[in-house]
Design a binder for this molecule. Structure first.
Ligand code: MN
Length: 256
């Protein structure tokens, strides 16, 4: 099994290193990651300036690795279209510092690394740990390595991928795995407005997760209850019920 790793926290992230070390015994590991952090880059790709990819060291692993000037989606494109020679069997994006739950998926560079692989027809997983501090990489790394093998064995349907969130707990305290759906979790109090030393206003995007969005069966609920969340996702965002009800609207062309 050949596994491509990418992330949005940059090649120097300990999450990427932990993932590489866990996968190395079970796969040929190749790494293409942004040279700098690109968290919340979503699915941006670089069209208007050159992209660079330079060979780089991933810790002391000696694994083939490239640092790129691009986003996670750029990294997967560069890997698949040139750097790897032939496509990998599985792409794992992460392990991200911080959860990717609910509406985080809209902004997440980690998830978009998996999405770009999915668009290229490669089975993909996005993996995140639900903390920004004192992160325990072990359980997420071990579970990712196991899941990558399962994904390789079973395959995934076209245009689908898996989003994994691991509670930041010691292995013994994690209460199993739950197959979940995406929650409606989103952010509140998102903007701070301040004055700079010259008296001009500036803004800082921020925010905290909205309370009460962890309905049972969702990604957010599973992680809150100490379980590893595995959410199957698809690229097709069509909402079928709304498609039906829109037919009763007055939508026509030519307009009258
Ligand atoms: Mn990140």
């Amino acid at each position: 099994m050949r596994v491509l790793l990418t992330n949005d926290d940059g090649l120097g992230s300990p999450g990427l290193l932990a993932l590489a070390r866990a996968l190395r015994p079970v796969a040929d590991v190749l790494v293409v990651a942004p040279e700098h952090e690109r968290s919340a880059a979503s699915h941006a790709i670089t069209l208007h300036k050159p992209l660079r990819a330079v060979p780089a060291a991933l810790g002391d692993t000696g694994l083939p690795a490239w640092a790129t000037s691009g986003t996670p989606a750029d990294c997967v494109l560069l890997a698949v279209l040139d750097l790897l020679g032939r496509p990998p069997d599985v792409v794992v994006s992460g392990i991200n510092v911080g959860a990717n739950l609910g509406m985080d998926l809209i902004y997440s560079g980690t998830v978009s690394g998996a999405v770009e692989a999915t668009l290229s027809g490669i089975a993909a997983i996005a993996v995140s740990v639900a903390s920004f501090t004192d992160i325990q990489w072990g359980p997420a790394a071990a579970f990712s390595a196991h899941l990558a093998q399962e994904v390789h064995r079973h395959g995934l349907p076209k245009d689908t991928f898996l989003n994994v969130n691991v509670p930041n707990l010691p292995a013994k305290e994690i209460r199993g795995v739950e197959i979940t759906r995406q929650s409606a979790r989103r952010y509140v109090n998102r903007l701070e407005k301040r004055a700079d030393p010259r008296g001009r206003d500036y803004y800082w995007l921020t925010g905290s997760a909205e309370a009460g969005s962890a309905d049972p069966g969702t990604d957010a609920a599973a992680v809150a209850e100490g379980r590893i969340s595995v959410t199957p996702l698809r690229l097709d965002m069509t909402y079928e019920e709304l498609r039906t009800s829109l037919r009763s609207w007055d939508l026509r062309w030519p307009l009258r």
